[in-house]
Design a protein around this ligand. Structure first.
Ligand SMILES: [Zn+2]
Length: 194
């Protein structure tokens, strides 16, 4: 691993992904490394979990000029942990993501029978693999979603009168976006790599 002292980023590449710097060195256990950007409440939650594991953690609120000017709580933060606790922190995040996936999957499974998609989306998918060969596009998508490796809640669908949320499901190399209340499949896009 490499470490950029300017950006506090640990990287597998000999070049810093943030500043492009090439003067990187091996990370030391006490080097604070950028972990992730997340909502402040999640940052505080993570700080507690890490404290239980004896790992320090720095939660830096992200500059939102107006909100800080008005002394309002900021919404997002950057989390840094010492290199010595980096793997433990990744593990906590992974466990949390897995727990969220299972929680959301249960919700989706309750409505899975109602999953539908517009004729327009179906027509579009019919032209591409692997949907081309499927007997029913909706049934194929339903199976993908039921077995999705990761499901995240991406917040409220703004114009949905039933208060549905965007559920983002990663499966079979695609991102399936579903309205959690109406169970409409809104889009299917290939997962972008890198
Ligand atoms: Zn850098």
């Amino acid at each position: 691993m490499y470490y950029c002292e300017n950006c506090h980023i640990a990287s597998e590449e000999p070049r810093c992904p943030a500043c492009g710097g090439r003067k990187l060195r091996e990370p030391q256990n006490r080097d604070f490394c950028f972990l992730r950007e997340m909502p402040v409440e999640e940052g505080e939650w993570l700080r507690e979990r890490l404290r239980e594991k004896g790992v320090d953690c720095v939660v830096q609120p992200l500059g939102d000029g107006l909100r800080s000017l008005l002394a309002l709580p900021t919404k997002d933060c950057r989390v840094f942990v010492p290199w010595g606790g980096y793997a433990a922190a990744q593990e906590v995040l992974q466990e949390q993501a897995d727990a969220e996936t299972e929680f959301l999957r249960e919700q989706l499974l309750r409505g899975a029978d109602r999953l539908y998609l517009s004729a327009r989306l179906e027509k579009k998918l019919r032209k591409t693999d692997p949907f081309r060969a499927a007997e029913s596009v909706a049934a194929y998508c339903r199976r993908c979603i039921e077995g999705a490796g990761q499901i995240t809640d991406e917040g409220r669908v703004t114009n949905c009168p039933r208060g549905g949320h965007y559920f983002r499901c990663l499966a079979e190399g695609f991102v399936f976006l579903v309205n959690s209340e109406t169970m409409e499949l809104l889009s299917v896009t290939p997962i972008r790599r890198g």
